[in-house]
Design a protein around this ligand. Structure first.
Ligand code: B12
Length: 469
């Protein structure tokens, strides 16, 4: 069975936590979920094709022409709550033009399987990991049978929605193939801070051992790809796909210190000249670890610092302190790695005073980059339960049903208004990035015309943004 996986263009949504200009310029990233699904299909001996219309800036018609040329038997899409209607719009178009079965996977399918399948254009969905369920579904379609009782495979039978829960939602990285990066336009990807090409992203673990109220990832069981396999994937990126920079998107790459040390040793031993970034918790790094990471090519760590006050950090159950964050940033910089801080504005218990204390604190840490997010209720989080209570209905469910418009969500956990938060975010960016000393340092570190253009676009965008919704 030939499957074409399609990634439509992604646009900014009014319920997103970033400012429009920030999400536009943050980068162009590969659709990893589709590359995993493509790899699983290829492992069965089938052909996969990925069209990344987002990175290639393709219109529907152009994407369709390329997909038609591939002659698929089925079309695959990935669904998150945010871009749902954008993707649905593409699904409808492809369904109309090609009349092929449509399969969807990813987080939204696991959260709201019935609601997703109510949309008539979507024929099959996968809940949870696809390693076993996708081959079983494809086999049943090849055999012309209904995928009855396959764990994790949901479908419609004469209009009736058939839901089958997965055996586990834990990802088994030992059996999950590496994503099919040979099907991706690797030369098109970049992050605002990336300096080398080709660039890609990677995921080496799932789940998180923190319990933050704004995130749902701790509900996914922790699982890791083995050290040797991570090293092989990095090596494959380097030798086969010309990747010279990558961003590890694990919620906290340093959850297991020993694992990271082994991965670093492997990268050094195999002489893989790759620069990489990762996300880490400020309480999960130390000097020895950071030194090893630097030697293995780590050049940036993105820390979720979130707030400048311990009271607010406690309220969001972040499990870190302001002091720990300061120490982690200093250690990171001491090891030669650049530090980026993510900050959340309008957190539970936020007052105008704490809002500006967070912004001031963000400038005092000596960070190389800072990003300021508006706190918002993502699906299936403690914060979204609070929003649902205020609204009197489940926003995300109703949104996916198409019954409520895309809108800014209330933030009942703070008295600070949305307008105040927006203004503060803009001031925070301008205050952080337009300090003369910072600008000089930034400009002296720019390595390419491409990089300079990215920074100029962001800077101009920031200045021009009035009320950035
Ligand atoms: C890497 C990543 C990205 C990458 C790649 C996106 C992707 N999904 O491939 C980039 C940077 C592009 C990205 C973008 C966005 N992301 Co993101 N991302 C992640 C992250 C960190 C890891 C995902 C991952 O690759 N996991 C590893 C693989 C193995 O697991 P998996 O994704 O579940 O895939 C398995 C199955 O689900 C299945 N599968 C996945 N896709 C498909 C498709 C088909 C057809 C099939 C059959 C199966 C299948 O197969 C895989 C193997 O079992 C998660 C957080 C997390 N730790 O889970 C957030 C996360 C998924 N992202 C999130 C968000 C909000 C976004 C953005 C909206 C951000 C933004 N503001 O633009 C966009 C949306 C883009 C989109 N349309 O998907 C949220 C989703 C929230 C929600 N409930 O919808 C998460 C959960 C982060 C969070 N804390 O909230 N993201």
């Amino acid at each position: 069975m030939n499957v074409a996986f399609i990634y439509p263009p992604q646009s900014h949504k009014s319920f997103e936590e970033d400012m429009d200009i920030v999400s536009r310029e943050f980068g162009v990233f590969p659709p990893l979920g589709l590359a995993y699904a493509a790899a699983i299909n290829e492992k069965m001996g089938n052909k996969s094709f990925i069209i990344d219309a987002n990175a290639e800036k393709l219109k529907k018609e152009e994407a369709l022409a390329r997909v038609q040329e591939f002659k698929p038997d089925m079309l695959g899409f990935m669904l998150t709550a945010y871009g749902f209607f954008e993707t649905l719009n593409w699904i409808k178009y492809f369904k109309e033009k090609m009349a092929l079965p449509v399969i969807a996977g990813n987080i939204l399918c696991s959260l709201y399987p019935e609601i997703v399948l109510q949309h008539k254009e979507i024929d099959y969905i996968i809940i949870g990991p696809a390693t076993d369920s996708l081959p079983a579904l494809i086999k049943s379609l090849q055999d012309n049978t209904k995928p009855v009782d396959i764990p994790g495979v949901c479908y419609k039978n004469h209009g009736r929605i058939m839901i089958s829960a997965p055996e586990t939602i834990k990802e088994d990285f030992d059996r999950l193939p590496f994503p099919s990066r040979h099907l991706l336009p690797n030369e098109k990807y970049h992050a605002i801070m990336s300096k080398r090409k080709n660039y890609t992203i990677m995921v080496t673990s799932k789940g998180c051992n923190a319990k933050c109220t704004f995130c749902h990832i701790h509900k996914i069981p922790l699982s890791f790809r083995k050290e040797e396999a991570v090293i092989s994937e990095v090596e494959e990126c380097y030798r086969k796909h010309g990747i010279r920079e990558m961003d590890i998107f694990d919620p906290s790459f340093t959850i297991s210190r020993n694992r990271v040390l082994k991965i670093c040793t492997g990268i050094i031993e195999k002489k893989i000249d790759i620069h990489w970034a990762c996300r880490a918790r400020v309480d999960q790094v130390d000097e020895e670890l950071l030194d090893n990471m630097y030697k293995a090519g780590c050049r940036r760590i993105l820390y979720g610092i979130e707030s400048g006050t311990d009271e607010n950090l406690n309220k969001m159950k972040k499990g870190i302190t302001v002091k720990q964050a300061k120490k982690a940033v200093a250690m990171t910089k001491g090891s030669g790695i650049m530090a980026l801080g993510f900050f959340m504005l309008g957190v539970p218990g936020e007052t105008v005073d704490t809002l500006y204390r967070t912004i001031k604190y963000s400038r005092e840490l000596g960070l190389d980059y800072a990003q300021y997010h508006r706190t918002m209720a993502k699906p299936d989080t403690e914060l979204s339960e609070q929003v649902n209570t205020v609204l009197g209905y489940d926003f995300w469910k109703e949104y996916i049903k198409g019954r409520v418009p895309e809108k800014r969500l209330p933030a009942p956990w703070t008295q600070v208004s949305d307008d105040q938060i927006q203004r503060a975010a803009k001031q925070a960016y301008l205050g952080f990035y337009f300090r003369p000393r910072y600008l000089l340092k930034l400009l002296s570190g720019i390595r390419s015309w491409d990089e300079l253009k990215r920074y100029m676009r962001s800077a101009i965008g920031l200045f021009l943004s009035q009320k950035d919704r």
